[in-house]
Design a protein around this ligand. Structure first.
Ligand code: DX5
Ligand code: ZN
Length: 215
């Protein structure tokens, strides 16, 4: 798959509705929503009411990336707010399997995110249960950071693990993605590219999304 998920973290919040309408008109597949709590990551973004407002006008599924501690406490709230995919961090879940079950019981897609330092091999016993794995290619917390090259090695390892375990999980990569990097990522088996700054700082978000889609 070659899917694109623009991150609204890089959108202009003064006109968030217009930015969502723009994604609606684009070739994007999902709307990536970055939730940060100032504890798991050193930044605070937005939460349940904003996701709910986005969902009211969104015509694409909401891909909700929870960069928060104790995500299990809020999974139901984000489901009610309109999430179609919920991603929790491996590093934030003591009982990851239980949290994944909780998400799946709601009838939506369950995804696990790995920070740049967390090895892919730690997913061996849960990969078969997952709908998606999100590999962070920057340290989570901020948009506009530089892509970490070691991510390519991780995408290859993850693809091998998915095949070995007969998992149906998509691979998503998040952080520092542009056209050149996106092309290499798709070639290494990535299914979904998240792009924030590349899309919203480009001057022509519709074209940038189309360019990513046509890689
Ligand atoms: C970072 C977020 C990313 C971020 C990506 O913590 O998870 O989704 O918005 O932004 P860019 O594409 O600017 O690196
Ligand atoms: Zn994200």
């Amino acid at each position: 798959m070659k899917l694109v998920a623009p991150s609204i973290l890089a959108a202009n919040f003064n006109k968030l509705g217009e930015e969502v309408e723009l994604i609606n008109q684009s070739e994007a597949d999902y709307i990536h929503c970055d939730v940060m709590d100032g504890v798991f990551v050193p930044n605070i973004s937005f939460g349940i009411p904003v996701i709910h407002a986005v969902h009211r006008i969104a015509q694409k599924p909401l891909d909700v990336h929870l960069m928060i501690v104790h995500p299990e406490k809020y999974v139901k709230d984000y489901f009610n707010a309109g999430a179609s995919i919920i991603t929790v961090h491996y590093e934030a879940c003591v009982h990851l399997h239980r949290t994944i079950q909780l998400i799946k019981q709601l009838g939506i897609r369950a995804s696990v995110c790995l920070n740049p330092h967390t090895p892919v091999s730690l997913l061996e016993d849960i990969i078969a249960e997952l709908d998606m794995v999100l590999l962070m290619s920057v340290n989570p917390g901020f948009g506009g950071q530089q892509f970490i090259e070691n991510t390519y090695k991780k995408t290859t390892e993850l693809k091998e693990l998915i095949l070995k375990k007969k998992s149906k999980a998509f691979i998503e990569v998040d952080g520092g993605v542009n056209l050149e990097i996106g092309k290499k990522l798709y070639e290494s088996g990535v299914d979904v590219l998240v792009a924030g700054s590349f899309v919203f700082n480009s001057g022509n978000p519709l074209q940038s999304i189309a360019d990513l889609k046509s890689l």
